[in-house]
Design a protein around this ligand. Sequence first.
Ligand code: ASP
Ligand code: MG
Length: 446
Amino acid sequence: MTLVMKFGGSSVADAAAMRRVASLVQAALPGSPLVVLSAMGKTTDGLFEAARAAERGALDEALATLGRLQAHHERAATELGSEAAFLEPAFQDLKLLLRGVALLRELSPRTLDAIASHGELLSTRLFAKAMGHAWFDAREVMRTDARFGEGAPDSEAIAALAAAKLAPKLGAGSAVVTQGYIGATEEGLTTTLGRGGSDYTAALLGAALGATEVQIWTDVEGVLTADPRQVPGALPIPELGFQEAAELAAFGAKVLHPATIQPAVEAKIPVTVRHTGRPEGRFTTISGEVATGRPVTALASRGPVTVLTVSSSRMLAQSGFLARLFDVFGRHGASVDLVATAEVSVSLTLEADAPLKALVKDLSSFATVTVSEGRAIVAVVGERLKRTPGISARAFAALQGINVEMISMGANEINLSLVVRAEDAPEAVRRLHGALIEQPLDGGAA
Ligand code: ASP
Ligand code: MG
């Protein structure tokens, strides 16, 4: 049995951070951990920056950026008691790559992946060497297609390769260290899974290996009940359903992107989100099904959005009206978020950057349109929301004095969305948090 422990860039940003990671790995050794690391904080950004400078022909600038990254890695290695010389070949490679890009003034996604992959290759070499753990090249198992920059993993191939090449290296009492984010095509060309891809790696490898748990170690105590900048009393959510996580992510909550942990959730492997700096503290477990008695799990808000209200003198129910309406949005590539219908009108929300003028012009040919800009969506998310009577009443009582302009219950019945003026959103979230999360609700009704 294996445990996957993934540490993000901020958790391995310098020697001190790596020491904390090392002690967590040490404590987990009986569980045969596979340690998946991101690049040291900001390294991937730095490599992208250097590559883009080289593409512009600014080789000096590119090499200067690379020099800073090298100094940072060497300092960390030295502080952890290793000779830094073992890092040199990777930086030689990077210099060659950047010179090539500068000479050609051409940066293909394939070349960018070759450059970016060094971030994780370096962080893992450094960590494994300093802590005396085995190092494993993720490209041996993380098979993707050849869409460089956004390689799509081939789960079946990954499972077979992991069973053959990685599983035999795992065992109780020792740790294997590998890279997040990077992969390889069948021909062995280096790819990446896209920015932030290390969580995805952890979930894919966890599923491939049948891990007991996938731990995502980061700089927050799990997923919180609200944005702590809006609600100082926001608390970590002990248990979060996958659907809930998806809703929260869609509404801009800072959770890991649910798609990235889907492979683990599908394999029924619990994913936990934990704080590297406070390992004894609270954390969140995300799983396919949650069995808590809590009707409201979390709140999120997103804005500004624009509300369009489209009214027709003819009855809405008249066949073809909605088709005609949505055709307009489709044609302009404007994605509609919330929709609420009334007898003779439809209200919907659009991103603030939607092509408003063009939309209104087209819609006006068959309906009356009113536009309200500067609004925000406040989402109340909970798996038992729909089955718990009285939530809306309680929400509206809490929002007295704040004008709620639109209400929509998500089709999956776990999201109640309210539209308010953007400037009212923080206050609305605070009040709802007080009324629906801080005060115990009667969650017993089913
Ligand atoms: N290092 C990569 C990035 O910064 C992948 C990751 O951190 O998950 O995007
Ligand atoms: Mg990251």
